[in-house]
Design a protein around this ligand. Sequence first.
Ligand code: ACO
Length: 300
Amino acid sequence: MEFSFDVDALLPERITVLDQHLRPPARRPGTTTPARVDLQQQIMTIVDELGKASAKAQHLPAPITSASRMQSNRHVMYVLKDTSARPAGKGAVIGFLKVGYKKLFVLDDREAHNEVEPLCILDFYIHESLQRHGHGRELFHYMLQKERVEPHQLAIDRPSPKLLKFLNKHYNLETTVPQVNNFVIFEGFFAHQHPPARKLPPKRAEGDIKPYSSSDREFLKVAVEPPWPLNRAPRRATPPAHPPPRSSSLGNSPERGPLRPFVPEQELLRSLRLCPPHPTARLLLATDPGGSPAQRRRTR
Ligand code: ACO
């Protein structure tokens, strides 16, 4: 993926790590330095274009990766550039991998709910002309080392069939633990739950925990009725003055506002601990007409 500016000078390393500040990396000595604001604009352009290309490759209606979404989330983006010999050119970007920690409620193989905060694979894209050349593996491997996680400790946000094949081929990840949300976890997730290398914020009181942190992809979907017991709140007589943003179909992430008034959280958490997931919740997901093969695979 080429740009009108000099990618090679902008991203001196083969893999650049970007966080919510989208800071341009330090330039090589001897390289002319344009204004910092221009460099940041160039970084933002790269992030936006990569996000668009990834959405197109996954047939998503809108990008889930953009400069503005990066700035408003604590995600980390690994960007891979082309270092092949092109002395006269301006370089190119091959692809990216976006990860982030998310608070999730996941089911184990006995269908009990567990509150976890794993590193999640949120978006992953290698340029069409360069797929199946080992670039995806290079990026993934680099990310695993940097984040100090094992592949089976990851949660994957609605993986595409290509990503499932990729994970199977390179990391022997095959057997999934069925979930009622959009995240896929693999066998071994619970057996090897080491505390993440990254320091987590102090655990909040139970009352603060929001069930079913939402997938980053949820904003792409029309909101639907949340599954039992999340839908037990009394109905409003009149619609709210400001309708909530289109967000999660299954609840909220800690950063997002509630879709509708929910059952008091203490009561909800008690219900979650006591009860297995309701068949309606599974049916709701299993019959989603827009569901990808990956979604169908991991919902019963
Ligand atoms: N069809 C089937 N399997 C594929 C394909 C494909 N077109 N492309 C890659 N794979 C899998 C296979 O297992 C392949 O091994 P094989 O060639 O022996 O069959 C393996 O990946 C190749 O490994 P790499 O070359 O390291 O992977 P690549 O550089 O192609 O990157 C990626 C993998 C990111 C999935 C890339 O194919 C891609 O960008 N696909 C389109 C976008 C996409 O689906 N992204 C994942 C979205 S889901 C999410 O991000 C949570």
